[in-house]
Design a protein around this ligand. Sequence first.
Ligand code: MSP
Length: 655
Amino acid sequence: MNDKKFYVSTPIYYVNDKPHIGHAYTTILADVLARYHRRLNVPTFFLTGTDEHGQKVQKAAEEHHMTPQEQCDSTVVRFQELWKKLDISNDDFIRTTNPNHQRVVREILQDLYDRDLIYKAEYEGHYCVPCERFFTGKDLEEGELCPECHRPTARIMESNYFFRMSNYQQWLIDYIETHPGFIQPAFRANETLGFLKQPLGDLCISRPKSRLAWGIELPFDADYVCYVWFDALINYISGIGYRTDEAKFRQWWPVSYHLIGKDILTTHTVYWPTMLKAIGLEMPQAIFAHGWWLTGREKMSKSRGNVVNPMAMCDKYGVDAFRYFLLAEMPLGQDASFTEDAFVGRYNSDLANDLGNLLSRVVKMTLRQTDGVIPAPEAYGDDEKELVAEIDQAVAELPRLLDEMKLNRGLETVMQAVRAGNRYLEKTAPWSLAKKGETGKLHTVLYCSAELLRKAGTLLHPVMPHKMTELLTALGLSGEAAANPAIAALKNGENVLSGKKMRDSGALFLRIQPAVPEVPAASAPTEKTSAAPAKASAPARSEAPAPVGVITIDEFFRTQLKTARVLTAERVKGADKLLRLQIEVGEETRQLVAGVAQYYTPEQMVGKTIVIVANLKPAKIRGIESQGMLLAAKHDGALKLVTVDGDMPSGVTIG
Ligand code: MSP
């Protein structure tokens, strides 16, 4: 990738309907790439907008008893409002009804017509209204269905204008074959090459006004308007000054990435390159086609009523968590499944348990031990070196993974470092260091954990700008260092945190209690089940009375189950069944009296991760206070502790 500048575009969206998750995803992806490049000090331009001409918009206007322009003006606002809500940092927003864009389209049409690259001919073909495309008889499925959307096509015969696309077939094949990064992922390039195995026809670029009036009038024939795709693709150059601001255009063209969905591959990898070639412009550096979001395993569609509503998801769970989920969940170029269960699962594990928990432990410990002032570290031991290596790997890897469009993998490297941070706290046990008076080591642990969070927060900032500013502010940073942290500076490794005062601003990500599946499992807020702007933690309620002996989910969640680690264990004098345990629950140390002495020796207990009821009223057992209760299974004279399957820090909520 050319590292001197970064220009990224999204498709321009049709204004026949309100935005959905597919629109939100591409726009968030473009936003995150733009933000990363800005943080890496690469001059960046991010363009998005709306596609306002054509049959779809005209039809929607008729249905709503509006003029097409009124339809555009009322729907464009919904996109602009959503982008505002989603913190989209586009540098410009292009509308194809904008006079400047229309002028550029007409100039290009005239130029191609003058050079005989556009000509008039009789045309007979099969037209698909929803796709706004002509197909030849051999393209059709079952003799009459559109090969793209599988709906019936209409047979149409009329005079039209054609762009000599066929001139460029061999040139395009050669270009794709000699430029491996041009169409990404690589399997999509093969798809286009497969398409180009058939003879490439010329492209019909006009519509008679008698059939469709809503479009840009052809400069050389007032009876016709321009085909909506020919008009729309030109936004990528008219939006950066082509034919109006040459200096600006030269600064940004060629585009670094056209981000598109897999369904608009042919228009972007066949029509657009041949149009650019005819105009005489450089090719895009890369066209990246992402997969589709499915609802569970089903295609999203209005008729099924399963289209996920991005506004409702943000109202319910917060913008940053929604942005994080979409990027972390969709692998390079593949389809991904959206369910609210998957959302809640990833939110709780990555954001609440790993990242939020680490921040809260580090802030609380520092407030308690050094009055919130981040200390200077002493010499690093092996644990610190390992920790630094883990986060520095994320610092080094992330730009490479971004260049390869493996955003989900990039985020995973950061989360791995965050998990290493939680393990580091378990291992170094700073609360015990404080008790033992090992101040030097304690300071090193506090500093290193804070530094890890600073780097992770900076790396994650483009994905979760608000939450990561909150995190950096909690670490005592302010101004640009918190609002616009520089990724490029992370490599310098200087100590910017020592002496800063931490602030406890509460939980960064409140844990979400999974809702009871009253309605079919995995229901995300869709058009039919618009989400109530509920608090993240409020579980769904069932109105029907519970059968005797059955508790509600609310009742269950009143019991706080947590993981805990046994630090010390000793027998209680005069009570052969009891052990007195000191346990670590997150950064807190508690005392527990447990009736397990006949099954476990004190030595066997130390180091174990157990499960406790953390909100049990403290009680005195044989005069010793017990702050909670451990869980165990007892059967046939045997007793086994309840524990978790694998490595887990202490203090983690179970449920
Ligand atoms: N107006 C054209 C694009 C012109 S670009 C010069 C268009 N608009 S659209 O509004 O119908 O779709 C825009 C994008 O949304 C496409 O990239 C499409 O792939 C994407 N998505 C629509 N549904 C989607 C999902 N369910 N999942 C992911 N993206 C999908 O096409």
